[in-house]
Design a protein around this ligand. Structure first.
Ligand SMILES: C[S@@+](CC[C@H](N)C(=O)[O-])C[C@H]1O[C@@H](n2cnc3c(N)ncnc32)[C@H](O)[C@@H]1O
Length: 272
């Protein structure tokens, strides 16, 4: 058997479902879903995406913070077994399958098992989440790059984050809602300015999206809307958050800016 091929011609598609809204799923993803016999999907995948796989048996294997889930090794075994039985399997993950979603581990397990695999990239919440809230993750003269980090485990995240300069690089933190107060306190203790612009974006691209902008000094104390505690969220740190104020205003995203931000945005955009 040649590497990357299963004996029964089954195959696994590692598919990105995009950040939330079902119409941000790619055409290639919808074709893979339409042809699938089996879909194993994550918790953050929109129900509407599952409707694109009418022929398939569908099982949730996802986890949300603090809740039980199917073990990663079990997911690998299910994927390998189904492909070896000749099934067309879609492993549907939120955002992009290779951005902090264990898609890389799954691809490695499938490669090791000699199962044919294809990657269908998706729109990652790390870029599209801030974007949908009107925050470009890079902006000439304001931010020359973006760092995407998971806040779990927190100590590794803090080590990397402490070495950054948010007036040069935008930092997007996934899985950081629960730890936001600790992260903010740690950075402030290490000398970060309290007025580093910060944002929280919940449920980006969905009808229930919510966002807040403020400063690193305020991040720990921000109260998230209790009616949206089921939504995934991310934190953005960096001067782009302030510079984005006119974009947010133009998009009608509230709050467009808080006191003092408009001036800062004008300074940045003017010098870009
Ligand atoms: C396990 S990671 C997977 C990331 C995914 N592979 C991607 O590329 O977007 C899940 C985290 O992504 C972020 N996330 C996913 N969808 C989101 C959304 N619609 N709005 C804000 N954050 C989101 C949250 O930080 C959530 O805890």
């Amino acid at each position: 058997m040649s590497p990357g091929r299963s004996t029964e011609h089954g195959k696994v598609w590692l598919v990105g479902a995009g950040p939330g809204a079902a119409d941000l799923l790619t055409l290639r993803a919808s074709r893979a879903l339409a042809a699938a016999d089996l879909v194993l999907y994550d918790a953050l995948v929109d129900e509407a995406a599952l409707g694109l796989a009418p022929r398939a048996a569908k099982f949730s294997v996802g986890k949300r913070a603090g809740r039980a889930s199917v073990a990663q090794d079990t997911i690998h075994a299910l994927l390998v077994r189904a492909a070896r039985a000749g099934k067309r399997v879609v492993r549907l993950k939120c955002g992009d399958p290779f951005v902090l979603g264990r898609g890389g581990e799954e691809a490695l397990a499938l490669a090791e098992a000699g199962v044919a695999v294809e990657v269908v990239p998706g729109v990652s919440s790390a870029i599209a989440g801030p974007g949908a809230a009107g925050i470009p993750v890079t902006l000439r003269g304001v931010s020359s790059g973006v760092l995407v980090l998971t806040a779990v485990p927190e100590d590794a995240c803090l080590k990397v984050l402490t070495a950054q300069d948010p007036s040069v690089v935008t930092c997007v933190l996934l899985m950081a809602l629960g730890g936001r107060a600790r992260i903010a306190a740690h950075l402030l203790e290490r000398g970060f300015r309290t007025d580093v612009p910060a944002a929280v974006v919940l449920g980006a691209t969905t009808a229930r999206a919510w966002s807040w902008i403020g400063t690193l000094g305020e991040l720990g104390g921000v109260t998230l809307p209790p009616d949206r505690d089921d939504l995934p969220g991310l934190v953005v740190l960096g001067d782009v958050v302030a510079a984005a104020a006119p974009i947010r205003a133009a998009l009608g995203v509230e709050p467009a800016f808080t006191l003092g931000y408009h001036d800062l945005a004008e300074v940045h955009l003017g010098s870009a």
